[in-house]
Write a protein that binds this ligand. Structure first.
Ligand SMILES: Cc1ncc(COP(=O)(O)O)c(C=O)c1O
Length: 377
């Protein structure tokens, strides 16, 4: 009998999702900003310490809102890593802005803060950092560079819920931040995200941009007697069914994180002897960062060994994947953005990185580790 395939990802239900969806239906309020959305906003504001949380359809949508809120004009530049998901760049390109790609650090694979200043030009308006694998970027240095050069900072915290940098939750440090609740993330709602606003000056407009450019949020709070079109915007708010699902997940966010951390730690410990014999490299988490075990990755010595490793796992019925094709070398990245310099760490990482399955509740870790170990025989 053939064994079951262990997929790379599996969405996890914490228990009350369907009950809350039934409640949303019974409430008779299925459009956005009902009781479940408010519950999610309160949770996010309390746990991240952001000034204002706004649920969105996705992290992509939250990044698009951020680009609108920063009033980016065609030709304005945004500094960001190339080693990231497309939405980090695409959201700004939609406003006509130019992504300027900077290399990443060799340890955390996050934007290399020491390369930012050299990439700043008179057109630079913002820095968009990505907390890769839920491990914080060097935010003290980045915020200092931003203040000195009068730049906004957007945190792409798609992977960063409940992680901290120097004791501060990711998403609470930049002017704006974006979270993802896509089904591959720690806390999910299928598709979903949130914009976190830390700069008070951007809150009122954030509500307007999310509500099709109208002041409807003010109207619902009784602050104006009719609502009207006042600014740019789109429909960025999810309905209550999505928020109900998310509310059930958020209640278990700490438990999800600790269970994922336990799997992560087993992977990490398993990898130690292989790292010692230079057959792979494990993730690096700086002392001043706590992370949420969003992903467990390995860096193989080169592309050939990575390809062989993934093929071996597949033959053992284990799904493992790689990412990212660097944005600066993708067709759209070349068309809409530019690399500030050569990006050797990005290029090498893209060829060497492999992600192992990390999901709840019943991942057969022994089989994954057995298969991984056999590949080194
Ligand atoms: C770094 C990063 N940014 C943005 C996104 C987009 O998230 P969403 O699918 O919620 O739009 C992702 C999703 O994988 C991501 O990893």
């Amino acid at each position: 009998m053939s064994q079951q395939f262990i997929p790379f990802n599996k969405p996890y239900m914490t228990g009350r999702e369907l009950e809350y969806i039934a409640q949303a239906h019974a409430n008779g309020h299925l459009s956005g900003d009902g009781p479940f959305t408010k519950r999610c906003h309160a949770w996010l504001e309390q746990r991240t310490g952001c000034r204002k949380a706004l649920l969105t359809h996705s992290c992509t949508a939250a990044l698009e809102m951020a680009a609108i809120l920063l009033d980016l004009q065609p030709g304005d530049e945004v500094i960001m890593p190339s080693f990231t998901f497309v939405s980090t760049a695409n959201a700004f390109v939609l406003r006509g802005a130019v992504p300027v790609f900077v290399d990443i650090r060799t340890d955390t694979l996050n934007l290399d803060e020491s390369l930012i200043e050299a990439a700043i030009t008179p057109k630079t308006r913002a820095i968009c950092v990505v907390h890769y694998a839920g491990v914080g970027c060097e935010m003290d240095a980045i915020m200092e560079i931003a203040h000195r050069n009068d730049l906004y900072v957007v945190e792409d915290a798609a992977q960063g819920i409940l992680s901290t940098y120097n004791g501060r939750p990711l998403g609470s440090i930049g002017h704006l931040a974006a979270l993802s609740f896509h089904e591959t993330k720690n806390v999910i709602s299928g598709e979903g995200g949130a914009l976190l606003i830390n700069d008070e000056r951007l809150i009122a407009r954030g509500e307007i941009v999310r509500e099709k450019g109208t002041n409807r949020s003010k109207f619902f709070r009784g602050q104006v007697d009719k609502y009207t079109w006042v600014d740019l915007g789109s429909s960025y708010l999810p309905g209550e069914i999505t928020a109900a699902f998310l509310a059930a997940q958020l209640e278990h966010a700490d438990e999800i994180t600790s269970q994922r951390l336990s799997i992560w730690k087993q992977y990490f410990d398993w990898g130690a002897p292989f790292e010692a014999s230079a057959r792979l490299r494990r993730p690096v988490v700086p002392e001043h960062c706590t992370h949420n075990a969003h992903m467990f990755y390995l860096l193989m010595p080169d592309l050939e060994r990575r390809t062989a490793f993934i093929a071996h796992l597949k033959a053992c019925d284990v799904g493992a994947v790689f990412h990212y094709i660097p944005l600066h070398s993708s067709p759209a990245g070349r068309r809409f953005g530019r690399a500030a310099t050569e990006l050797p760490v990005t290029d090498a990482t893209s060829n060497r990185l492999v992600r192992l399955p990390l999901w709840l509740p019943d991942l057969d870790l022994e089989r994954v580790l057995g298969a991984a170990e056999n590949s080194f025989l």
